[in-house]
Design a protein around this ligand. Sequence first.
Ligand code: ZN
Length: 594
Amino acid sequence: MRVVLVLLVIATGCIGDMAGQVRSFTGEAQLEDMASRFAPTPLRVDISELTGGDRQALAKLVEAARIFDEVFLQQMWTGNIALYQRLQRDTSPLGRARLHYFWINKGPWSEIDDYKAFLPSVPTSKPPGANFYPENVTKAQLETWFSSLPEEGQQKAKSFFSVIRWSPTEDGKKGVRHSLVAVPYSEEYKDDLTRAAGLLREAAALTQNSSLKKFLTTRADAFLSNDYYESDMAWMDLDAPLDVTIGPYETYNDELFGYKAAFDVYVNLRDEQESAKLSAYTKHLQEIEDNLPIDPEYRNRKLGGAAPIRVVDQIISAGDGAHGIQTAAYNLPNDERVVQQKGSKRVMMKNVQEAKFHSVLVPIARKMLIRSNAIDVNFDSFFTHIVAHELMHGLGPQQITLDGRATTARAELKELYGAVEEAKADVTGLFALQYMMDHSKETDLAKVLPSDDAAQRQLYITYLASAFRSLRFGLKDAHGKGMAMQFNYLTDRGAFVAHADGTYSVDMGKIRDAVRELDHDLLLLEAKGNYVGAKKMLNELGVIRPPIRRALVRLDSIPTDIEPIFVTADELVPAATAAPAAKPAVASKKRKGR
Ligand code: ZN
C-alpha cells in the first residue's frame, strides 16, 4: 500500500470540455496553469559515502529505472507510447506544454482532475481497466470468462502479473476465432524486462552488499520467469545503503478488478541518521504504551514486534512511482504469502516529504498562521511527527474483549475505524513525542530528540500548519475527516486559537492537556469498540466549519504537489531524451524558506 501525502486543492472546475468527439482541447496557457499545481523540485541526494562498486551499481539501476517509465506508459493505455512519441516531435509552444503535462501524468488524463482528458483525440477518461484488459470487453464479459476457466486458468487470469488479450485461433472451416487469453508479463513486456534484468544483474555484480546482490539477482530472474515470490522474500531481507524497490506492485490502476499490478521503481539511499533516530524511538515504545492516557486495563502489557521502517532519500522513481501526486511512503510487498512469513516493510522517503514540506506546507503556514507562529514551522518537527504517527499505529487497543467476546477495534468501529485510527495515530504521536521530550534528558533520546521550549513549540505549531494540509484532502478521506475532528476538538478547548484576520495560532498553555484529553477519548473509543460514540464524535467534530471553509479557499493558489527533478540520477547517467520538466527556479527560491 502507498501513502502519497496528497495535498489536494479544492476542485476549481476550470478544465472544461477538452476531449472526445468535440474537437476542443486545452490550450497552452491552461496547460501551463494545470502544470503549475506541481512545483518543480530538484531531488538531490549526497551519494559521496557510497563505495565505488555501489556507485557503479547505482548508475545501472538508474538506467533500469527509466525503462519502467515506458513500460508503465504501455500498461496505462494502448495509445500511450505512440502519443508520447508524437508529442516529443512537436516543438511548438503548445506541443511543449502538452508534453510537459503528459509527462507529469504519464498519460493524457489529468489525475487530480478526476482523470479528465487534456489532449484531443483520446478517450475522455482513463479506461477503468487501463491496458490490462482489451478495451472492447465489458466487466461482465470478463467475469463470465473468468468463471468458465478451470481453477488453474482462473489463477493465471486473475494473477497480479498477467494481462488479458484477444488471441486468434484457427478453427477449421469456421476460420479465425478470437478468444481471451492471459499473457504473463514476462511475455507481454519481454524486451523491456530482458533489458532491465540484464542491468539488474550488472548492478548485482558491482555491489559488495550481499543482501542487495541477492535481491537484484532474484528480481532479474523474476522478470523472466514471472514468479516474484523469492525476490519479494529477498526484498524483505534487503539491508543495504542502496535501498531498491523495482517490480510490479500496486493494483490501483486496475479499476475494473484490482488484480493487475503496475511497474513501480524507487531507487533510494538509506538515511543512516534517521535510521538511528528510529531505532532510539523504537526502544521506548513499550514505555509509551505503559503510560498512554487511558486506564491501565486497556494497555498492552506486551507489544507485538513492530513492522520494520526504513527512512531513505529518493534518487529516482519511475513508472507507477512517478506520476501525479508523488508517493512519499510505501508499505510492501503485497504478496500475502510473503507478508505472513516475513511481515511487510514501510519505506519513508524523507527528501520527498521535505520537498512537499517546502513547496506546500511552508506557503500554507505563511497564509494560515500568525506571523510569530509561522516562523516556528519546521521540517524536522514535521518529519518526526510523521514517523511517530506511523509507529503509533502499532500502539493502543487493537485486539479487544467485549462481554467476554474477542474482537478488534477495527471490526467494531467498521467504516468509522479509518478516521478514528488516523486521528489516534496523529494525536498519540504528539503525546508520545511530548512524553519522550519530557524524559529525554535521562536517556539515549537526548541525542536524537531536542526537547527545549523551542522544540516543543515547533512540534505543535508545525502540527497546526499540517492540519490545514490534511483538511485540503476533504472529508471523504480518512486523514481529512480525522483531522477535522482533531482540529475542532482542539479549537473548542482553546488550544488552537482563531484570529479576526482568519489566521490561527497555538496556545502553548493549553495544547498539552488538550492533546492528552483528546488522546484519552480516542483510545477509549477503540478500547470499548464504541461505534455509537465514534459516530457521535465524528458527526459533531468531523466537519468543516465555516471559518475553516473560508480559510481553505485562501489556499487555492498554493501548489498541490511537487514535480520531482532527479538531479543526482541525471548527473550520474544523463537521460537519452531529457525529461520534459520545467525549470526548478521557483522551487529553489522557495527552498530557502524555513
Ligand atoms: Zn496513518
